[in-house]
Design a binder for this molecule. Structure first.
Ligand code: HEM
Length: 515
């Protein structure tokens, strides 16, 4: 008797839950999708309208028309574009349990870029890889890299003073040298170093890889099994053709470190630290692959982003000479002429800090961050965001929000100073490093890399306009190439040593390192 009453109660309870569940699901389903432009066709959705060439500007225009959450669909795959910091924070940060995965990037996998933490889906493998980065590049851990950062900044400045190449070439060499030094303990001193060649080949391979998660093979992975002449297999063929370059970049420097360890000549570096932390003599092949891919990510995620930010620095100093002068005055006052800036000066140089914050805001180098992917359906402001949506935060658009930033197109580091110091007290631009559980784990390393260059350049160099053959000054357009990354359009500038002792100090220090 008792049992049957309990049984009936349990049955009724289960029925109520089921009804409530169905009601909840249907209520959720009844929410409309976010607005967006009309789809071109039922089957392709917005595929034909997707602005792969200049996504940022077109996404911004659509957002102006449809609102700060825009819905698109390609071959049934939902895309969400977030145009405001508010929407990005509400979804990617506050609901990070749902919005922390990544789209499937089949072309990168076929190229041999697996398991790259940047594109790993959310799960145990991702968390393990991510932890390696968070521990290795925490603010405390980054202190270890400061001597290397200053040394490479001085080598860069010396190269610029001696006209060893144009500024873009030398900035690229600086960022590669730092990544290689940190990952493998190797110091690059010349442009013909073998590491540079290996890295350039892999960059070429990645530049042919198409839009991450946006090629036909990403939508239809089955295409990888079709013959190379079959329509739609272009990126499968590219991935196969260039896989050697990506694999060489991942495997060769790692093998060199293993050999150096065996010979007792390995220098302290990320790979050595990871092998020591593994606390075993024999690692499985998966464990080796995890460490060598993570080491390669230090370069692949950190080099272009840092190099583009520094290119912006040179452009901004050229276009805004009053900012350069203010930065130089601050460095001269605090550091003096008898030594070069070091990390102990960091807190005493607030305007240099503002210059770096403005470099992160002014045309963010990752204008659409890296797309996130949602693992559950959810409702935001009455709009249904389907499970499996690819979510693009439009950080370029957020940086131009004139409700937050006055004259947002202008490069004005003083905007961050408090009003008592003649500034506007505007907030730092947090979206530059992304959102939630996928926020850039190299942020502290990146900020220190940039600080080393900005402070050393302000102390030692004068950046100005260059002249043409007739002696007329050339003013750069100040325009940017904005795709899935953003960097200044090619520009020329004149870089000369400032007439001070700091310039000689750089020369002395670099000659010592090279010999
Ligand atoms: C100015 C320099 C840099 C900028 C502006 C930058 C920006 C970003 C952005 C926007 C993301 C995507 C975040 C998201 O999905 O929400 C990201 C991810 C990432 N960055 Fe950086 N980054 C910089 C430098 C570096 C450096 C030096 C490293 C080297 C350790 C690095 C390592 C990574 C990694 C591993 C990820 C993937 C994180 C994940 O998927 O969980 N970044 N970065």
């Amino acid at each position: 008797m008792g049992d049957s009453i309990i049984g009936r109660c349990a049955f009724l309870g289960a029925l109520c839950c089921a009804i409530a569940g169905v009601h909840f699901v249907s209520k959720k389903r009844s929410h409309p999708l976010p607005p967006g432009p009309p789809a071109g066709s039922m089957l392709l959705g917005h595929y034909g309208q997707m602005p792969w060439g200049s996504p940022v500007t077109v996404f911004r225009e659509w957002a102006k028309k449809y609102g700060d959450v825009v819905y698109l669909r390609c071959f049934g795959q939902p895309y969400i574009v977030l145009d405001s910091a508010e929407a990005a924070t509400e979804l990617l940060e506050k609901q990070s349990a749902i919005f922390s995965s990544r789209p499937n990037t089949m072309v990168y996998k076929l190229m041999g870029w697996d398991p790259d933490v940047v594109f790993l889906p959310y799960g145990p493998h991702f968390r393990k890889q991510r932890k390696i980065f968070q521990t290795s590049f925490s603010p405390q851990a980054c202190v270890e890299f400061q001597p290397m950062q200053l040394q490479n900044a001085r080598i860069l400045v010396h190269g610029l003073m001696e006209n060893q190449g144009d500024s873009v070439q030398l900035l690229n060499r600086f960022t590669i040298a730092l990544a290689i030094g940190i990952a493998y303990g190797h110091q690059i001193l010349s442009a013909d170093d073998e590491y540079i060649k290996v890295i350039q080949d892999s960059s070429t391979a990645l530049s042919y890889g198409g839009m991450p998660a946006g090629t036909l093979v990403d939508y239809f992975p089955v295409l990888q099994y079709f013959p190379s002449w079959f329509p739609g297999t272009h990126y499968v063929n590219v991935a196969r053709e260039w896989k050697w370059a990506v694999r060489k970049m991942i495997e060769w420097p790692y093998e060199v470190v293993l050999k150096n360890i065996a010979e007792g000549s390995a220098r302290p570096c990320f790979v050595v630290n990871q092998l020591e932390a593994a606390c075993k003599d024999v690692l499985t092949s998966d464990e080796h692959e995890d460490i060598r891919t993570a080491a390669a990510v230090i370069y692949s995620a950190g080099s272009d982003t840092t190099s583009f930010t520094l290119q912006k620095f040179f452009l901004a100093m050229l276009l805004y000479p009053e900012v350069q002068k203010k930065g130089q005055d601050e460095v001269d006052q605090v550091v003096g002429a008898d030594r070069l800036p070091s990390f102990e000066d960091r807190d005493s140089l607030p305007f240099v800090y503002c210059i770096i914050q403005e470099l992160l805001r002014w045309h963010p180098v990752a204008p659409l961050a890296v797309p996130h992917c949602s693992t559950e359906e959810c409702v935001y402001k009455g709009m249904r965001i389907p499970k499996g949506s690819y979510v693009f935060p439009n950080t370029e658009s957020m940086s131009l929000d004139d409700n937050v930033y006055t004259n947002p197109s202008e490069f004005n580091p003083s905007r961050f100073l408090p009003p008592s110091e003649g500034g506007k007290g505007e907030p730092q631009f947090e979206p530059a490093f992304g959102f939630g559980r996928r926020v850039c784990p190299g942020k502290h390393l990146a900020l220190a890399n940039i600080w080393a260059v900005v402070s050393t350049v302000l102390a030692t160099l004068q950046i100005g306009k260059s002249s043409d053959e007739t002696g007329r000054e050339i003013t750069p357009s100040g325009k940017f190439n904005i795709g899935f990354t953003s960097c200044p359009k090619e520009f020329c500038c004149s870089v000369v040593g400032r007439p001070n002792r700091a310039r000689d100090l750089v020369r002395e220090l670099v000659v010592k390192v090279s010999s």
